[in-house]
Design a protein around this ligand. Sequence first.
Ligand code: PMP
Length: 361
Amino acid sequence: MKVWNYSAGPSMIPVPVMEKAQKEFCDFNGLGMGIVEMSHRSAEYMAVAAEAEQLLRDIMEIPANYKILFEQGGGRGQFAAVPLNILPEDGFADYFVTGHWSRCAYKECAERYGKAILHECVEKDSDGNFYIDYSKMQVTPGAAYAYACLNETVNGIEMFNLPETGDIPLIVDMSSNILTRKIDVSKFGAIIFGAQKNVAPAGLTVTIVREDLLGRARKYCPSIFDWSVLAAHDSMYNTPNSFAWYMAGLDFKWIKDLGGVAELEKRNCQKANLLYNFLDSTDFYRCPIAKSDRSRVNCVFTLKDESLNAEFLAQAKSEHLVGLKGHKVLGGMRASIYNAMPLEGVEVLVRYLDKFAKAHS
Ligand code: PMP
């Protein structure tokens, strides 16, 4: 039986992608073996890997002067890889903090690798709602890079504007909103994302990096985190997560066939509007994020009466709605409605929210 899965990640993968992987699992393309059994250096696997990369380049319109790296180590691995690759020992970087994950990235840099300048960029308005203060996103002249997280998965805050950084490369974490909306890749020095929310199973991390940022890694940067080493080896310096890379390719193809990122963006707006409009229509629930900065994919909300939390989650589960509990650092609830979540899943959720509210008002 199918459940509606609102988990923040790992999270839903499109049904057609899961079914295709299942169909091919034991025998890929009539080769008599599955993808997970195949050498990553075989001609057949290399073709799968190259196709996935090309599909990503196509659907994101990634310019030719950017490398796409398929890595391991997760978002947190990249929190270290970013300074190890592009922060000189005597340099400094600006970190624009908008929530949990950008703060983790800031700390990783500041506590281990060098000087990081903290810019607190979230404020509370007079209604008690959090909003992004873009005026705080000022780069410091001479910074090696500026860093931001375009969607704060835990806090439910998304950046729809970008800071003006001039010649200073802007490095962004898009782990939870990659491929959910159109972006102009040429505006960024590098884009990092873990695959486990919008793309593939966990264990695959992607870095899209402008070529001029390669070749600057510190001597002691582990080779597997050195972007130029990975680029020189077509992301096969060590054994990649071959299964997740293959699944990513299936997902990119699914996106291309349904009309690309623009179509997904349209659907994501529709889903998010449905959910937030409902939450705003009732006093029973509350979303603590200012309307302009609400994440389209991670909707955080609280019940006015928090003593009902456990009952809310238990009843949801009994009706096959799972993964609604908020992140442990924030509490409350969170519904993650990434690319793979169909509109129907949001309609089901809204009906549940409405029914629960009416039964307890
Ligand atoms: N950045 C963001 C925006 C995330 O949501 C997460 C994980 N939820 C991370 C980084 C950390 O990723 P990982 O667990 O792959 O290290």
